[in-house]
Design a protein around this ligand. Structure first.
Ligand code: NDP
Ligand code: MG
Length: 402
């Protein structure tokens, strides 16, 4: 592991934020800006929100900015020149890979949503950076290859997903020796249950994208908000936990905890259960991963347990949350199944947000795609992208027929 602990008199660490215009990206920049002696922004990337990216460049003065297409890049480059900034604008996946693996970068926040983040995140791993992983889809798609790339490099991977960051904090430093070796019985992955936890089942088919995106505790991007409502987010997190902590799917139990105060727990063989608690604000895991093994202020207000008063727990209901069952089955099947699940889910969420399918059809579509495309073994990244591509085509085909 590369040691990025801060000692007096050192230069600030240079940070690339992949997905800077998104929810995690903005929270990262908020934490970074609180510690100018420790961190400076090296590169910022966006995709469709180019005006937002322009504003972020003015504020953080990065060496590079990356956007999705050449026209947007030329436009942004022109504006930045007029502003007197030397920021160089790069384009597309090539640009993302360049700023993720650049020799002058120390830390990469991987916060692009979906499969689009996989190659840039892997570039950061291959270049042995400290990689802060928010882009869970990358790990879900290519877990075995991703973890192998990590072992082959001297990169440090720190989980940003609040649950995995909590588990990381509750595990001993030598957990990579094996969960059973260090006395872990189970990982308890907490879930809020999302906005539809208590809605009558008969009403689920009629919910709107706006209702699905109105998460009771967290403010997030639209895709992950829908995933939280369907609990596919928890399913993806189950797969993520298996890869990050070398756990079997049956060692990861999902517990609904509506207050989102306990971010996850580790249950040890001696009966001890360690939990990490905090207000639901992503700046906590971001600050933890940026500064690890030190601690820095994140701007998050202290937890007021007296005001919270009580912490509740319940089991997830399979009928309400079929996506969780599908994800667990994909985790057990292994091979290309998680990549197929993820791709079908991306298309399903897009279709739901565009009001082309009902909320309850998200699971129907994913189940259909998983049944049509049996899992195959993964030998290289092309196998993953091939499965991703086939699953997207199968999902679009299903869409055309309904
Ligand atoms: P947002 O939708 O808010 O942001 C996504 C970011 O990815 C934006 O910067 C967006 O650019 C960029 N992006 C989208 N598509 C592409 C593409 N094809 N190529 C390059 N960049 C692209 O998402 P979140 O910040 O909520 O989530 C980011 C990741 O973090 C997801 O994987 C999510 O699962 C994970 N995560 C998020 C949490 C949260 O609290 N938000 C919690 C835990 C994990 P633009 O907006 O300019 O189009
Ligand atoms: Mg999470």
């Amino acid at each position: 592991m590369n040691d990025l602990s801060r000692r007096g008199g050192e230069r600030p660490l240079r940070v690339t934020v992949l997905g800077a215009t998104g929810s995690i990206g903005l929270s990262t920049l908020d934490v970074v800006a609180r510690h100018p002696q420790r961190y400076e922004v090296f590169a910022l990337t966006g995709h469709s929100r180019v005006l937002d990216l322009h504003g972020l460049c003015l504020r953080h003065r990065p060496r590079y900015a990356v956007v999705g297409d050449a026209r947007a890049a030329a436009d942004l480059q022109g504006r930045l020149r007029e502003d007197g900034l030397a920021t160089q604008v790069l384009v597309g996946e090539e640009g993302l890979i360049e700023v993720a693996g650049h020799s002058d970068v120390d830390v990469v926040m991987a916060a692009i949503v979906g499969a689009a983040g996989l190659r840039p995140t892997l570039a950061a791993v291959n270049a042995s950076k400290r990689v802060l992983l928010a882009n869970k889809e990358a790990l879900v798609m290519s877990g075995a290859l991703f973890m192998q790339a990590l072992r082959d490099s001297s990169a440090t991977l720190l989980p940003i997903d609040s649950e995995h960051n909590a588990i990381f904090q509750c595990l001993p430093g030598d957990y990579s020796r094996g969960l059973s070796v260090v006395g872990v019985r189970r990982i308890l992955l907490t879930a809020s249950g999302g906005p539809f936890r208590e809605m009558p089942l008969s009403e689920l088919a009629g919910v709107s994208p706006a209702q699905a995106c109105a998460h009771p505790n967290w403010s997030m991007g639209r895709k992950i908000s829908v995933d939280s409502a369907s609990m596919m987010n928890k399913g993806l997190e189950l797969i993520e936990a298996c890869w990050l902590f070398d756990a079997r799917p049956e060692q990861v139990e999902v517990v609904i905890h509506p207050q989102s105060v306990i971010h996850s727990m580790v249950d040890y063989v001696d009966g001890s259960v360690l939990a990490q608690l905090g207000n639901p604000d992503m700046r906590t895991p971001i600050a933890h991963a940026l500064a690890w093994p030190e601690r820095v202020d994140s701007g998050v207000s202290p937890l007021d347990l007296l005001q919270i008063g009580r912490l509740d727990f319940q089991a997830p209901d399979d009928r309400r949350f079929p996506c969780l069952r599908l994800a667990r089955a994909a985790a057990q099947a292994g091979g290309t199944a998680p990549a197929i699940l993820n791709a079908a889910n991306e298309i399903a969420v897009e279709a739901f947000l565009a009001e082309r399918i009902r909320f309850t059809q998200i699971a129907d579509m994913i189940e259909h795609v998983l049944e049509s495309l049996p899992s195959a073994s993964v030998g290289c990244l092309d196998d993953v992208f091939d499965a991703d591509d086939r699953a997207r085509r199968q999902a679009r085909h299903w869409l055309e027929r309904i």
